[in-house]
Design a binder for this molecule. Sequence first.
Ligand SMILES: *[C@@H]1O[C@H](CO)[C@@H](O)[C@H](O)[C@H]1NC(C)=O
Length: 284
Amino acid sequence: MYPVALVAIFSIITSVMSTSTSYSFTSILIPLYIYPSPGAWDPLFKIIKNYGQQPFTVIVNPDSGPGTARFPDSNYVAGIIKLKSFRNVRVIGYVHVSYTSRNISEVCDDIDKYADWAAHPTADIRVSGVFVDEAPAEVGNEDGNLNYMSNVHDRVLQSFGAIGQDGFTMTNPGTIADKGFYQFADAVVSFESPLSSYYAPDTLQTSKDLSKSAGTAASLQGIIVTAFDGSEARERYMLHAVVARGIGYVYFTRDPDYQKFGTDLKLLVGEVAKRNGLANTRRE
Ligand SMILES: *[C@@H]1O[C@H](CO)[C@@H](O)[C@H](O)[C@H]1NC(C)=O
């Protein structure tokens, strides 16, 4: 009887999760640019496990992209397998477009390479899509930037569609972007900046706030804050504001870049999960 009840509860949790990870809860966005030496990603694994209902979107980045080899090295393979073992995690691969100055055939090669991870002979390291960094915010001359991003998105859908993945595409202009870009992405990072001097919640503007992209849903947008140096109370207050505004993805770190986990990683995840109404599922 006990096992049957457990199975029933488990399937309820699973069905709630499968809808919740796609939207409605604010996801923790982790730019995981740390090399996975054995143990290096453990702080993240631990917190993902502790908040088993909290959605995470994790960007892996072997070498400012997928790297030159066909598959990532064994440390990456081990790390990605572990990440994928958590059902509340979506793993995507880092690609950059240098504000459209990068030759698009190189970008397409990177996208194809991530999709091709699905062909790894011994490990399931397939990723769900890509994080397109240094994305343009303006449509450009004769919509040149917009067309470029349209081509990038087409390639993601094509390459990932071929391996049965949805080709989740998050783009990162890091600032308010023209609403035209939303048709070529599942999510857009509207804010990526160090935050050492501006503490008002209004600082964390998304496209929802500006007329050029009026009506763009906050749930499709992400906010990345680095070098946060306010108080813990201020950080909690701002994270509360992010969730209350329905922003889809958030990362805060006291670190100036992405070379290590911020000392506030637990605070970030704990506060967002709490404001999402998601409990800590495991006591530490
Ligand atoms: C982009 O790269 C492709 C393939 O290497 C090359 O054929 C093409 O000329 C390049 N385009 C530009 C504008 O450099």
